[in-house]
Ligand binder design. Structure first.
Ligand code: UDX
Length: 453
């Protein structure tokens, strides 16, 4: 028989241990990677903190190793994250080491894949002679901006005066100084500097897996490849590559999907600021007034922790805004976002531009209103507005600016152009994840690489 037989790569049942950083935006891509590698024939173990533990019953095909994080009673709020990371790295190490020693007595472990923030993994894996691979859950462009940041600091270009933050960073189109990962006007605090250096360090990793798409992130990937001479596997968007699986830490409100079913195509603006970003009461009210004035139907995720301070966000909404619900709009605690962004009724996404939200919006062909808050969100927003040109930039949250941005995105020629480009990007991404596309090919190489370790 002369027919050519194309062999699918297979993990041949070898075990891969995954260690996510336990926050939604990081946990989700790691769970998706686990499901993907499982489909490719690997056995999957997920070592997880008790804090923000995933719902293990949702993943009957994974094995789980609970780590002793000792975070009970610890302040895990956003402003204390550097201390949370330090505590987690110190506290999880002994139980991870013990689990791995036990496991190695009976199992053939190919490697440990971990989130770069969980640095204790490298210490344990190195001592046990186990290969590690990093999963990067942000765009390469964000990672690359760290290299430039340290270059600028070394050349005494930073800190700079407030009057210069709007200037473009040389050789870093489309970023301005204010889009860099830290405030360009201030000297880096030592704790932040140490964190960023660790964040940029791939330690002894044998390879790096990227939840991004080669064509969208090509130049930064090339720059980083020169710094980190290990194989890169660019296999995003993971939610498109992996079999569908639930990943939310919060209960999703499914009613909003049937509410969307009753709305015309591209008519609804969806609003969500992800799982961590917070706003103040005044911004919440201004957003509500702007949405009310825009005259467009809306679906708004007002999660319980959205307001900084302790007040209840829903209680803080203006009374006349609440009267718009549920005829014109809907307010929910947490939405099934990936399904929302693929729903035909959704025509725009008002977002903080977290990387998962960005990828999910691009995959849905949905243009965005970009209101970045911290970390990688400014970089993502600049790419959305100035490179891919599928987003409206919102500099500040006020009634007028919100109303104007919603009207532009949902009802103007300019918005229509963005929607057309977003649909083109959706098709481009579909080609990347399809047979022979860059992400599929890279997955093929990753499977062979891991199986060979
Ligand atoms: C964090 C950072 O803020 C983000 O910038 C970084 O890229 C990853 O870590 P987060 O702020 O939560 O993540 O944003 P994002 O990356 O967008 O992830 C949010 C996830 O929660 C998305 O996968 C989204 O689908 C999901 N989500 C959000 C829901 O399922 N329902 C909601 O109502 C809101």
């Amino acid at each position: 028989n002369s027919r050519l037989v194309v062999m699918e790569p297979s993990g041949r049942g070898r075990r891969v241990v995954l260690v996510p950083y336990p926050f939604q935006g990081h946990l989700t891509p790691m769970l998706q990677l686990g499901a993907l590698l499982h489909r490719c024939g690997f056995s999957i173990t997920l070592a997880h903190t008790r804090f923000n533990s995933p719902y293990t019953s949702h993943y009957p095909h994974f094995h789980f190793l609970p780590l002793s994080d000792d975070l009970d009673g610890f302040d895990t709020s956003f402003h204390n994250l550097l201390n949370v990371m330090a505590a987690m790295n110190a506290n999880c190490l002994p139980s991870f080491q013990e689990h791995m020693l036990n496991m190695l007595e009976t199992e053939d472990v190919a490697c440990v894949i971990y989130d770069n923030i969980m640095t204790f993994v490298d210490v344990v894996a190195t001592s046990l002679n186990l290969p590690t691979i990093l999963l990067r859950t942000t765009a390469a462009a964000y990672m690359h901006s760290h290299l430039v940041l340290f270059h600028l600091i070394a050349h005494k270009r930073l800190p700079l005066p407030e009057s210069e933050v709007e200037l473009p960073v040389p050789n870093l189109h489309p970023l301005r100084y204010k889009d860099l990962p830290v405030q360009a006007t201030q000297k880096l605090p030592e704790q932040v500097r140490q964190f960023l250096l660790s964040y940029m360090n791939i330690r002894s990793s044998a390879a790096v897996i990227w939840n991004t798409i080669e064509t969208l992130d090509q130049w930064p990937l090339q720059q980083l490849q020169q710094q980190w001479p290990v194989p890169f596997f660019t296999i995003g968007p993971l939610h498109k590559m992996a079999p569908p699986l639930p990943t939310s830490l919060m209960k999703e409100d499914a009613f909003c999907l049937s509410w969307l079913d009753k709305r015309p195509p591209n008519s609804v603006i969806y609003i969500s600021l992800g799982s961590m970003a917070t706003i103040n009461q005044e911004e919440l009210r201004e957003m509500a007034r702007g949405l009310a004035k825009s005259d467009h139907p809306f679906l708004w995720v007002v999660r319980p922790s959205l307001l900084n301070g302790s007040s209840d966000a829903i209680e803080s909404l203006p009374a006349d805004f609440k009267e718009l619900v549920p005829e014109r709009g809907l307010v929910v605690d947490w939405a099934p976002q990936r399904k929302v962004l693929e729903h035909p009724a959704v025509g725009g996404f008002f977002s903080h531009c977290g990387w998962n939200s960005t990828l999910e919006s691009l995959c849905g062909g949905v243009p965005m209103i970009c209101r970045p808050c911290f970390a990688d969100q400014m970089v993502n927003a600049r790419y959305l507005t100035h490179v891919w040109r599928v987003g409206v930039e919102l500099e500040s949250v006020g009634e007028k600016s919100v109303e104007g941005a919603v009207r532009t995105l949902m009802g103007s020629d300019c918005g229509r152009g963005m929607r057309e480009r977003a649909v083109e990007m959706k098709l481009e991404i579909e080609r990347s994840v399809g047979r022979g596309g860059s992400s599929s090919e890279s997955l093929h190489h990753l499977v062979n690489f891991v199986a060979s370790l």
